[in-house]
Design a protein around this ligand. Sequence first.
Ligand code: KG4
Ligand code: ZN
Length: 338
Amino acid sequence: MKANDGIYLLGIESSCDETAAAICHDGKIISNIIATQAIHQQYGGVVPELASRAHMQNIVPVISQAIHQAGIELNQLSGVAFTQSPGLIGALLVGTGFAKSLALSLNLPLIPVHHMQAHVLSNLIEKEDMPFPFLCLTVSGGHTQIVVCRSPLDMHVIGETLDDAAGEAFDKSAKLLGLPYPGGPLIDQFAQEGDPLRFHFPEPQMEGLDFSFSGVKTSILYFLQKMTKENPSFVQDNLADLCASIQHCIVGILMKKVKKASLETGIRTICMAGGVSANKGLRKALVENGQKYHWDVHIPSFAYCTDNAAMIALTGYHKFLAGERAPLSITASARATW
Ligand code: KG4
Ligand code: ZN
């Protein structure tokens, strides 16, 4: 028998290299479990086939733990939400297949979630009274977007990258410096001790709200080739300044577009999501600009910035309330529009 004590939504995330499950109870996250796949580190990037296999191994224990941590029984669930798109297709299929089986066996509604929309709503996890509309800068290893969010289920992209994502720009720059994958956190760490104005890397001249990072990467490559020809230990001798200058450049590109987006939309509540929002330079720049331009800035805790299932469960909850349901014939999609 189902306990009549509110809505319990299970959220499942498996779009890339994190297997995650969370329970949302009436809009509050009451459990949040994540299994990170360390296996990819040695390959310098996520290997799709290995990700799918690791999801297969992790998904049952991760979901069991999420149910256990929430202190509920499976028969108390009101629905199953899962990341349906976008992501690595093999990885997505593991979560999708599991969600469908569970929904079928327990006779529960099935709720597909768009991973990027969930990143935006991760800002509501710790701030239920978030004022709408807000702008969200979503910066991860795969995406860079500015989104206008007018209500939990009404959002649209007003700017995005035309080539590399911000996280890729960090990781690829780190690779050029000989740092291991993922290099973003290492650039952040070394940048603490460096001079951000020591080296200048040109920002792309992009009209509108879209981003481009491939030119930055190329200019860093040519600069390092030239300098190491003159001094083979140039990178080692200047690592902190190089990291600080690269970070300064990437953060500058991001902030310029956020300012423009705020000016054009008139929206002054600015949020952030995605793994790159852990970057200290970016967080500082957003807070400082917030003071300067009178923005109300919100940055979620790190656990909700990176890929997680809490954001999937919460998005699923809002969709559940709106009556969104998917048939059992639904399948995963690597690419997706909003
Ligand atoms: O959102 P996320 O955990 O995974 C997806 O890409 O979906 O983001 C990972 C990205 C990687 O590119 C990683 O290098 C970057 O976020 N990242 C950082 C920092 N922490 C993670 N980049 C710069 N500074 C950081 N502190
Ligand atoms: Zn993500």
